[in-house]
Design a protein around this ligand. Structure first.
Ligand code: IPE
Ligand code: IPE
Ligand code: MG
Length: 245
């Protein structure tokens, strides 16, 4: 008697690390005749739902783009509204994130962020440091080029101090100096709102990521759409430069 004929093949692995460019909040609000900030608030509510969906979908790492190094170019009203939304989000969500086993970390340059926000970010990182069910990384004042430049600066200091031999520097060395040193590379990058561009998000880390660009605006994104994209990912073939076997 043999069981092999009836045994189902192992399911293909889903993405361990999903990164999301949460775009389209402004257009979502405009379509409703409301101010852009209304869309940002609706978008923040979606984050909660998507973080909660991760354990069921076997997504261990979720990285979300909340504010780019270029977003300072928006009106003062929008920037100030976003900063206040981030402060509120952290304050209100901290307890639930802790209880749900989410470890939160931030990437991006904190130097331009206000003191109050930075201390809330530090507190949330500390509060959730022992969690490991889901690793949520929030990119705030983040830009891929800026990150590589800051990493290079830190590495150059180590070289100058004689702690790193310049001849030993390779891609892995630089990766250790990036904001994302604690993260695996993203397997899947999703961008909502129909724009097919990266906008300076995880440039280095996404070298071999799969991309999914969808038309849905971020405030309309939901658990079902997320589950469908994750399932479609599992059907893709990643080659990493090799040939299919
Ligand atoms: C994404 O939505 C959120 C941030 C960039 C902070 P947008 O604000 O870019 O929304 P659209 O692209 O103008 O619709
Ligand atoms: C990217 O969206 C940044 C975030 C989602 C935080 P943008 O709306 O700022 O990007 P562009 O301007 O369309 O490229
Ligand atoms: Mg946008």
């Amino acid at each position: 008697m043999t069981f092999t004929a009836t045994r189902k093949p192992d399911p293909l692995p889903g993405p361990r690390h999903v990164a999301i460019i949460m775009d389209g909040n402004g257009r979502w609000a405009t379509q409703r005749g409301r101010a852009r900030l209304f869309g940002h608030h609706a978008g923040a509510k979606r984050v909660r739902q998507i973080v909660r969906a991760c354990p069921d979908l076997d997504v261990k790492y979720l990285t979300i783009f909340a504010f780019s190094t270029e977003n300072w170019k928006r009106t003062q009203t929008e920037v100030a509204g976003l900063m206040s939304l981030f402060r509120r989000y952290i304050t209100r969500e901290a307890h639930a994130l802790l209880k749900e086993g989410v470890r939160v970390r931030f990437i991006g340059d904190r130097i331009k962020l206000d003191e109050k926000l930075v201390s809330l970010m530090d507190e949330l990182e500390l509060l959730t440091a022992d969690n490991s069910k889901v690793h949520l990384t929030i990119a705030l004042n983040y830009g891929g080029r800026d990150e590589v430049a800051r990493a290079t600066k830190r590495l150059a200091r180590e070289v100058k101090a004689g702690r790193v031999d310049p001849e030993s520097v390779d891609a892995e060395t630089l990766a250790r100096f990036l904001d994302t040193y604690f993260l695996p590379d993203p397997d899947l990058v999703i961008r909502t709102s129909g724009e097919a561009r990266i906008s300076n998000f995880l440039l280095w880390q996404s070298a071999y990521a799969e991309y999914e660009f969808i038309d849905t605006l971020w405030p309309d994104f939901n658990r079902e759409i997320f589950a469908d994209i994750v399932a479609a990912y599992a059907r893709r073939e990643r080659r990493f430069g090799t040939v299919p076997t």
